[in-house]
Ligand binder design. Structure first.
Ligand code: 3HC
Ligand code: NAI
Length: 697
C-alpha cells in the first residue's frame, strides 16, 4: 500500500501528494504523513517550496469521521495545520474535488491556495453536530471578514472556486490537474520572489454584534447547538490573539464532540450511505429505464413526473380525461417554473422538459413502450386493481409496474397481473419533486432486479431510497399511525393539540403532528379511519372530534381551517377555537377528567410509541435494519437530524429507559402499550439497535 502522503522532489519543489482513497480523509496516517513530509522538505537541501495536493477524486475531504468518539491520537489536526503554516518554505495547496472541513483547514494553513474551476470548498462540520476544530474558525474570518465566515460555518454550505476567489478564500483558479496547476503556480510564486504568507498573522477581523448572531443561529437551527457555537468561535477570532482563539475553538469543538447531537448527526451521515447497501442486491443489475409512465397527474403524479423530467427521463402521463390531463400539465409546469425562478433550471431545459420530454395521454396504448410505470391514482383498491389489469395488457415484457400507494396491499395489487415479479411499490412523499425519501416496497414476488431498478431510479431522482416490506403503511406511515394515536390519547386525556405541537417542535421536529395533519389534509386521516373501522379492536381508543372537523368541511390548510386557522399567508396558522370545544365535548361524553401533561411526558410518550412500533416493524422484516427506520424519519417525516432518528434516539436514551416508560404507560392502557418482543430481548441482552445495524453490515 502506498504511503498516505507521497513525497517527490521536482527541481526545488517538494511535492506532497495525498493517497488515502476514497476521499483523502485526514486520518492518523495522513496527519503523520503531512508532518513528516513538511519536515523532510525542510531538511531537503535546495527545496524552496512545498506543494500539497490530493491524488484521486479529491483534495482532503475532511477529518476522518470514523475516528470520532474514539480516543484522539497525536498529532492532532490543529497541530498539523499550525506545523504547515510554520514551515519556512512557501507552502501551496492545489485543490480539486471537495476541500471540506479539516481539508479546507489544511489549505487555509498553506501560504497560497489555488483550485480548479470545479473544486468545491466548505466547512460542513455543522452538519455533523460540530464546528471546525482545526483552526478554520480562526483563519477563515481573517481572510473573508466575520460575516461570510459566520455564513459558511453556520450553514456548512459548499462554495465553488469562483465564489471562494471572490471571498478571498483562495488566490487563483486555473484549469488542469491539481498537480499541474499547483506546480505551475509554485513556480510562478518562486519566480516572482513571493514571500511565505501566514493567515494567522493577518489582523483580527472587525467585530459585529456577536450576541445577536449567536441568538439568530440558535433560533434558526431549532435546538441544534453547533451553529451557535460556531459564532462564538468566530467571536474569539475577532476578540482574542490567534493562539487564544485556537484554544477557544478547541474547547468548543471538544464540548460538542461529547454531545448526543454529534452522535446523532454522525449516525445520520453514515446511515445515509449505508441505506442503499443491501446484500440481497449485491451484483444484481437493474433494468434500463429511459422512459417512464405515470398514471394519475394529481398531487403525487405531477410531483413524480416533475422529478423524473428533472432527471432527464421522458415521461408519459396518463389521466382520466383530456381536461384532467391539462390540469396535470399545469401542475407539472408550475413545479418546474418554481425551479426555473430559483435559477435551478435553465429556460432551454424547461422548454425541453415541458415540450418534447412530456407526453400527456388518456389512452393506455401510449404506455406500450415505457420501461417503468408508476401508478398514482386514488387510494382505492378497486381503482388500483383496474389500472394494473390494464397495464398488464399493454406494457412491454420486462417493464416495471410500480404503485405509489400509501397503505394498500401490494401483493394483492400484483396478483391482478400475470407478472407479479415485475410489480413493486415506489412510495414517494409529498411534494414528490422535493422530498428526499422514497420507500422501495419489495412485495412477496418482486424479482431482485426489479428491486434493484427501484433503487437505481431513486438514485437517479436524487432520492434517499429505503427498502421496505409490505404491510399497512410500510415503514413510515405504519409507525406514524402509532405515534399519532399516542398523541390522540394524550389529547383525550388532557393535553391540547397545540401543547403537543409545541413540545415536539421544541424537540426539534420541523412541524408538530397537528400542523402536519393540516398541511397533508385532514380528509386523508378521516378516510383511513373509515377504512380501518371494520377491523378495529374494541379496546382501541379512537377519538372522533377530528371526524367532526371534517364533517364541517374543515380539512386543514386547503380549506383555510383545521386545527389551525390560516389567513393570508398559508404558513403558520392560529389555533382554531372550535377544536378545543369539540375535544372538551368528547371528553365530557366519555366521562374523562383531563389531567396535566408536561412537555417531557409528551415527548416520552410520543417517542416511546414510535420506537416500540419501529421495533415491531423490524421484527416483522418490514424494515431490514434500525438505520432504515431512522432514514425514513430523517428524510421523510421532519425528524430532527441532530436526534439521529427514532432508533438512534432510543439507543442514546438507553433502551431500558424506553422500555420502562412503555411498561409504566401500559398500566393505564395495556392494549395500546404492548412492548415489542425485540425491544424486550435487546434490553435483556444489554444490546442496542446499533448492534443490529452492525450485525447487518
Ligand atoms: N471521513 C471518513 N470517511 C468518509 C469521509 C470522512 N470525512 N467522507 C466520506 N467518507 C466515506 C463515506 O462514508 C463513504 O464510505 P463508504 O463507501 O464505505 O460508504 C466514502 O467515503 C465515499 O463517500 P460518499 O459516498 O459520500 O462519496 P461522494 O463522492 O458522494 O461524496 C464527499 C464525497 C463530498 C466528500 C462526502 O463524502 C462528504 O461530504 N463527506 C464528509 C465531508 C465532511 O463532513 N468533512 C468534514 C469532516 S469533520 C472535520 O473535518 C473536523 C475538523 O474540522 C477537525
Ligand atoms: P390526487 O387525488 O391528488 O390525484 C389522483 C389523480 O389520479 C387525479 O388527478 C385523478 O384524476 C387521477 N386518476 C384517478 N383514477 C384514475 C385512473 N383510473 N386513470 C388515470 N388517472 C386516474 O391524489 P394524490 O394525493 O396524488 O394520491 C395519489 C396516490 O398517491 C394515492 O394512492 C395516495 O395514497 C398516494 N400518496 C399520496 C401522498 C400525499 O401526500 N398526497 C403521499 C404518498 C402517496
Amino acid at each position: 500500500m502506498p504511503d498516505a502522503i507521497g513525497y517527490e522532489r521536482i527541481g526545488d519543489i517538494a511535492v506532497l501528494s495525498a493517497n488515502n482513497p476514497p476521499v483523502n480523509a485526514l486520518g492518523y496516517d495522513t496527519r503523520v504523513g503531512l508532518i513528516k513530509g513538511i519536515e523532510r522538505a525542510e531538511a531537503d537541501t535546495g527545496v524552496r517550496a512545498v506543494l500539497i495536493y490530493g491524488e484521486g477524486a479529491t483534495y482532503f475531504a475532511g477529518a476522518d469521521i470514523r475516528e470520532f468518539g474514539k480516543p484522539p491520537r497525536e498529532p492532532y489536526l490543529p497541530d498539523v495545520c499550525n506545523r504547515i503554516e510554520a514551515c519556512p518554505l512557501i507552502v501551496v495547496s492545489a485543490m480539486h474535488g471537495t476541500a471540506l472541513g479539516g481539508g479546507l483547514e489544511i489549505a487555509l494553513s498553506s501560504h497560497y491556495r489555488i483550485a480548479v474551476p470545479s473544486a468545491r470548498m466548505g466547512l460542513p462540520e455543522v452538519n455533523l453536530g460540530l464546528i471546525p476544530g482545526a483552526t478554520g474558525t480562526q483563519r477563515l474570518p481573517r481572510l473573508t471578514g466575520v460575516e461570510p465566515a459566520i455564513d459558511l460555518v453556520t450553514s456548512g454550505r459548499q462554495i465553488g472556486a469562483k465564489e471562494a476567489l471572490s471571498l478571498g478564500v483562495i488566490d487563483k483558479v486555473a484549469e488542469g490537474t491539481p498537480r499541474d496547476i499547483g506546480l505551475a503556480y509554485v513556480q510562478e510564486l518562486l519566480d516572482s520572489g513571493a514571500n511565505r504568507r501566514a493567515v494567522s498573522e493577518l489582523p483580527a477581523p472587525a467585530p459585529i454584534d456577536f450576541d445577536a448572531a449567536y441568538d439568530a443561529a440558535l433560533a434558526k437551527a431549532r435546538g441544534q447547538l453547533s451553529p451557535a457555537y460556531g459564532v462564538r468561535a468566530i467571536q474569539a477570532a475577532s476578540e482574542k490573539p490567534f493562539a487564544e482563539g485556537v484554544a477557544e475553538e478547541r474547547r468548543l469543538f471538544i464540548e460538542l464532540m461529547g454531545t448526543k447531537q454529534r452522535q446523532g448527526m454522525i449516525h445520520a451521515f453514515f446511515s445515509e450511505r449505508a441505506v442503499g447497501k443491501l446484500p440481497e442486491l449485491d451484483g444484481v443489475t437493474p433494468r434500463e429505464v429511459k422512459a417512464i409512465g405515470v398514471i394519475g397527474g394529481g398531487t403525487m403524479g405531477a410531483g413524480i413526473a416533475t422529478a423524473a423530467l428533472q432527471s432527464g427521463l421522458n415521461v408519459v402521463l396518463l389521466e382520466m380525461s383530456a381536461e384532467a390531463g391539462e390540469a396535470a400539465r399545469g401542475r407539472i409546469e408550475g413545479n418546474l417554473s418554481g425551479a426555473l425562478k430559483r435559477g435551478k433550471l435553465s429556460q432551454e431545459k424547461y422548454d425541453a422538459m415541458v415540450g418534447k420530454a412530456l407526453t400527456i395521454a388518456t389512452d393506455y396504448q401510449a404506455l406500450s413502450d415505457v420501461d417503468l410505470v408508476i401508478e398514482a391514482v386514488f387510494e382505492r383498491m378497486d381503482v388500483k386493481k383496474e389500472v394494473f389489469r390494464k397495464l398488464d395488457a399493454v406494457c412491454k415484457p420486462g417493464a416495471v409496474l410500480a404503485t405509489n400507494t400509501s397503505y394498500l396491499d401490494i401483493d394483492e395489487i400484483a396478483a391482478e397481473t400475470s407478472r407479479p415479479q415485475d410489480v413493486i411499490g415506489l412510495h414517494f412523499f409529498s411534494p414528490a419533486h422535493i422530498m428526499k425519501l422514497l420507500e422501495v416496497v419489495v412485495a412477496a414476488k418482486t424479482a431482485p432486479e426489479v428491486a434493484a431498478t427501484g433503487f437505481a431510479l431513486g438514485k437517479r431522482l436524487g432520492k434517499i431510497s429505503v427498502r421496505a416490506g409490505v404491510c399497512d403503511g410500510f415503514i413510515g406511515n405504519r409507525i406514524l399511525k402509532t405515534y399519532r394515536t399516542a398523541a390522540e390519547h394524550m389529547v383525550l386525556d388532557g393535553a391540547s393539540p397545540y401543547q403537543i405541537d409545541k413540545a415536539l417542535t421544541d424537540f426539534g421536529f420541523a412541524m408538530g403532528p397537528y400542523a402536519v395533519s393540516d398541511l397533508a389534509g385532514l380528509d386523508i386521516g378521516w378516510m383511513t379511519r373509515q377504512r380501518l373501522a371494520p377491523t378495529r379492536h374494541p379496546r382501541e381508543r379512537v377519538p372522533t372530534y377530528a371526524d367532526r372537523l371534517c364533517e364541517a368541511g374543515h380539512y386543514g390548510q386547503k380549506t383555510g381551517k383545521g386545527y389551525y386557522i390560516y389567513e393570508g399567508s398559508r404558513r403558520g396558522g392560529i389555533p382554531n377555537p372550535e377544536v378545543m370545544d369539540l375535544i372538551e365535548a368528547e371528553r365530557a361524553q366519555l366521562g374523562l377528567t383531563p389531567r396535566d401533561f408536561s412537555d417531557d411526558e409528551i415527548v416520552r410518550r410520543y417517542m416511546a410509541a414510535m420506537v416500540n412500533e419501529g421495533a415491531k416493524v423490524l421484527e416483522e422484516g418490514i424494515a431490514r435494519r434500525p438505520l432504515d427506520i431512522d432514514m425514513v424519519f430523517l428524510s421523510g417525516y421532519g425528524f430532527p437530524r441532530y436526534q439521529g432518528g427514532p432508533m438512534k434516539w432510543a439507543d442514546m436514551q438507553g433502551l431500558d429507559k424506553v422500555l420502562a416508560d412503555i411498561r409504566t404507560f401500559a398500566k393505564d392502557d395495556d392494549w395500546f402499550w404492548q412492548p415489542a418482543p425485540l425491544l424486550e430481548r435487546l434490553v435483556a441482552e444489554g444490546k442496542t439497535f446499533d448492534d443490529l445495524n452492525k450485525a447487518a453490515a
